[in-house]
Design a protein around this ligand. Structure first.
Ligand code: SF4
Ligand code: SF4
Length: 99
């Protein structure tokens, strides 16, 4: 199964809570050394090859600071998950914007 091409963490918003690391079942993240704009230590997607593009990390990030970019050879099941979670995340975004 092919996973993510990359995982982007927006250093403007990351608060270093490591919730993304906590929810990931595939141990993709580890605590990193780079600091965010808010001066928190950010996680590092150290084992990107383990990623299954379930998007749990992306949907659980309280600051919407994390985006999983799917690889080209994504399987149908992962693509479905990605699409579903992406639309959930867009709905969540919309709700926050319209609050
Ligand atoms: S869940 Fe979001 S805010 Fe928390 S460490 Fe991960 S990327 Fe940063
Ligand atoms: S998409 Fe899923 S497998 Fe990939 S890093 Fe996030 S939680 Fe882990």
């Amino acid at each position: 199964m092919k996973g993510a091409e990359r995982i982007e963490i927006d250093r403007r918003y990351c608060k270093g809570c490591l919730l993304c690391q906590y929810v990931c079942k595939y141990e993709v993240f580890e605590p990193g050394q780079e600091r965010s704009a808010l001066d928190y230590l950010m996680p590092r997607p150290a084992k990107l090859e383990n990623c299954r593009v379930c998007l749990l990390c992306q949907t659980h990030c309280p600051d919407m600071a994390l985006v999983v970019v799917a690889g080209k050879n994504l399987t149908a099941e992962s693509a479905k998950n990605a699409e579903k979670n992406d639309s959930n995340s867009k709905i969540a975004h919309k709700k926050i914007v319209t609050l």
